[in-house]
Design a protein around this ligand. Sequence first.
Ligand code: AMP
Length: 386
Amino acid sequence: MSKTIYPNQTIGILGGGQLGKMLGQSAQKMGYRVGMYDEGKTACGFGVSHYTQVGSFNDQEKVMDFARSVDVLTYEFENINGEILTKLNDSTYLPQNTDFLLTTQNRLNEKKWLGENGIPCAAYMAVNTREDLIAALEKTGYPAILKRTRFGYDGKGQFKINNSSDLENLAELSKILEAECVLEAFYPFEYETSVVVARDVFGTVACFPPVVNQHVAGILFTSVTSSTIPEAVQNKMIAIAEKIAHSSELIGVCGIEFFVSGDGEVVVNELAPRPHNTGHYTIEGTNVSQFDQHILAITGRPIIPVRLLTPTLMVNILGQHIAEIPELIKHFPEAIIHLYDKGEPRHQRKMGHFILMDEAVEKLERLVESDSLLKRWRDAIKMEEN
Ligand code: AMP
């Protein structure tokens, strides 16, 4: 049963990282009160909340207490305790529900769900032991990627196996194999793309324009609205995104990452049932942002048809880039810089992002290829890979 949540009522956000912060900013702009729950008392989203609560995501009492204080509850990331949320359902309005959350919290369940819905992904096998791994490699062939089924992000908890000699890296392999894993065949993609899709309580679906993404060492570096994705590929991505939104009965937004092969085959890499890093460009680039759409959907209001305003490039700012902000402003005086206020600029930690807009998308695409500052920043991420 859906409800309308009116301005001045309270939206509770579980998670106070940058996604929680940007959701909070959207909610406040629309006149809602924001309560935020996080494990750390210095969570960056706390600065934009009317009130905050600190507690473990596994502390059922505290999470329930927080849930009772809000009119609608949402979450900013998928690694919260989904089991606790299933217990909240009766007493709390959680329009996103928990089924899709629980599915996407586990890579294996996510892939099974995609298969059941006729949506393609890279070949995979469940793996729990070294023996399983060796048997699975016979099916997938080399290279393949071993991934933990849970709690992985930004390439963490993953190990690429290029050939049989990589199996000698016992320390790394056994560390990953301490938890349930999945072995994925390496998909020889030509490029990586993503779409953020929104669906409201009326069943209306709207997709944000696809972006082409560049990952370095498993971490997203750039996303650009693209002139080069063929229309047929875009149509396949949009059809898959719409199917995912309807089949999961999504309320809010979901980020969908794709691999695209040289001959235009599209497979899903990963789902995230929340706002997505590759959708940050929508704050400036589209008529309504992914955060606004999410707030509209969970407050029981109709989402808005999406329009690209200007081609946009988003670049993530990691801890190792922070010292170069003055240089960034000199290099790109027109950059719109978002800093999340996360405190210590640790190596590889996402601290912010910046946006460049240009009517000529080719110019933005050329920057990704050849700009000197972007090249230096990319190399600073790569160093971790070696
Ligand atoms: P993930 O955390 O699973 O999204 O992986 C992070 C990045 O690693 C992806 O964006 C790809 O660049 C790369 N990657 C992960 N899985 C695969 C795969 N099966 N085939 C090729 N590249 C992959």
